[in-house]
Design a protein around this ligand. Structure first.
Ligand code: MN
Length: 455
């Protein structure tokens, strides 16, 4: 099957060019100003932007949290992803403490079998021993090249000595770690004080996880990485003060990659002071949503290239699930839905608002995550030989984000009522039409084995 995308403007990380794109047997085979292919199905893309399929490097589908399970499975989450132009996700495989990594990986392979978009896995390292050290090498051989570690959450965090050992082992193997940075001990102490004072509503959530405790952990990790002499990824960086720590490490000559998320770019912590419990609980996630000044700092860092990628940390729960924390904010399952709207949010508030260019959007949603997570140039670029993952983007589209029109399974969206500019008209997954004007068609995602970081 041949598809010719005709008359559109192809976007890359360096600019835009009017190019026809010919896709055959899952791959882009030709890109030229004018291609004639009588045997191809021709799609008129006049006036449209052609982006490489977006990559979301941070999703949690089918994950057990707080005694419940995320509203989105791989089947529903991947369909929502495609609807917004995301053709690949990298989800977090997580063995329980005491399990082997191999067991964790096999569980995630089963969960992901019904995915409609392509996928890879980060592997969570929540325990450290000789067996896991050995297994890291086996993970890399199986195309798992990035690893997640936590500095908070008792069930998942690693003591710093173990984290340091893991960083050294990853250096030896050529893997890379993404780390959740928040100071666990002080969050526990602040939570205990909130409990004692009877302040157990969602308004306490950002108060017990203040920005300096993220920045402190970022600085702590970056000093470990300095001694280990390894690059690291700060996932879901949310605060201006954390950026200061990153800048300090970069000035020392360290390589640090930064991911942020749409909710940190677009929302403010006043959401937690809503007296309606569910209205506030909706937004509970960690790190929490920050202040206007943090937002501004993140946009500036995104525009000047200090932030490499924007991922969603999609971790969706229904309002009924959020209700579990009605009398205790620590029991609110943490996480926001977002996998469906990332492209539209970044285009509306970034490109259309004049904060970033189309090329920058391409870098943070496509090129950088593909390079960072070792699947470039198969993914993340429009080029002959790359997978035929293409988003036919209508820059003139206008719409509104609403729960009444979303494929992701949460019964709310943090962006309800937001007016949007731009949207995916069509989405191709390895040459197959996966989304046609909002309608998600039947596609089957494949596991994408990944190699070493190339960013
Ligand atoms: Mn996460």
């Amino acid at each position: 099957m041949k598809t010719l995308l005709h008359g559109g403007t192809a976007v890359s990380g360096t600019g835009m060019q009017k190019l026809d794109i010919l896709i055959e047997n899952e791959k882009i085979v030709q890109m030229q100003p004018h291609i004639s292919a009588a045997d191809a199905q021709t799609v008129d893309c006049t006036g449209k932007l052609l982006f490489p399929g977006f990559i979301d490097g941070h999703t949690h589908f089918d994950l057990e949290v707080c005694g419940t399970i995320t509203a989105d499975t791989f089947a529903s989450g991947s369909r929502a992803a495609l609807r917004g132009g995301t053709t690949m996700v990298v989800d977090f495989a997580a063995p329980d403490k005491g399990d082997t990594l191999a067991y964790g990986l096999s569980r995630w392979r089963e969960k992901a079998a019904g995915a409609a978009c392509d996928y890879g896995f980060h592997m969570t390292v929540d325990d450290w021993n000789e067996g896991i050290s050995q297994e890291l090498g086996e993970m890399l051989e199986q195309g798992i090249s990035s690893f997640k570690m936590y500095m908070t959450y008792p069930a998942m965090m690693l003591p710093e000595g173990d984290m340091f050992q893991a960083l050294l082992r990853l250096k030896e193997l050529g893997g890379i770690a993404g780390v959740h940075c928040e100071n666990s001990g002080l969050i526990d102490a602040l939570t205990a004080r909130a409990r004692k004072a009877g302040r157990m509503g969602p308004a306490s959530h950002p108060q017990v996880r203040p920005a300096p405790l993220e920045a402190e952990a970022v600085g702590h990790l970056l000093r470990m990485a300095q001694v280990a002499e390894v690059p690291v990824i700060i996932v879901h960086l949310s605060a201006r003060e954390s950026l200061e720590e990153v800048r300090a490490a970069r000035r020392r000559g360290q390589t640090v990659y930064v991911e942020t998320c749409p909710h940190y770019l677009l929302l403010e912590d006043s959401v937690y002071s809503n007296p309606d419990f569910l209205e506030a609980a909706k937004y509970v996630c960690a790190p929490p949503i920050r202040k206007k000044e943090d937002q501004e700092a993140l946009w500036e860092a995104l525009a000047n290239g200090e932030i490499q990628t924007v991922a969603t940390d999609h971790c969706s729960f229904t309002l009924a699930q959020k209700r579990a924390g009605r009398y205790d904010f620590t029991k609110i399952p943490g996480g926001l839905p977002g996998v469906e709207h990332r492209g539209q949010l970044l285009y509306t508030c970034g490109v259309a608002a004049g904060r970033i260019s189309e090329a920058q959007m391409c870098r943070v949603l496509c090129e950088n995550p593909a390079k960072l997570y070792g699947c470039w140039p198969r993914k993340g670029t429009l080029a002959p030989g790359s997978d035929g993952d293409v988003v036919v983007w209508d820059p003139a589209a206008e719409g509104m984000i609403t729960v009444r029109d979303q494929a992701q399974q949460a019964d709310y969206t943090p962006y309800e009522g937001m007016r949007t500019k731009g949207g995916a008209d069509r989405v191709y997954l390895r040459g197959t039409l996966a989304v046609d004007h909002g309608q998600v068609l039947e596609t089957a995602g494949v596991f994408v084995p990944r190699g070493k970081c190339a960013l």
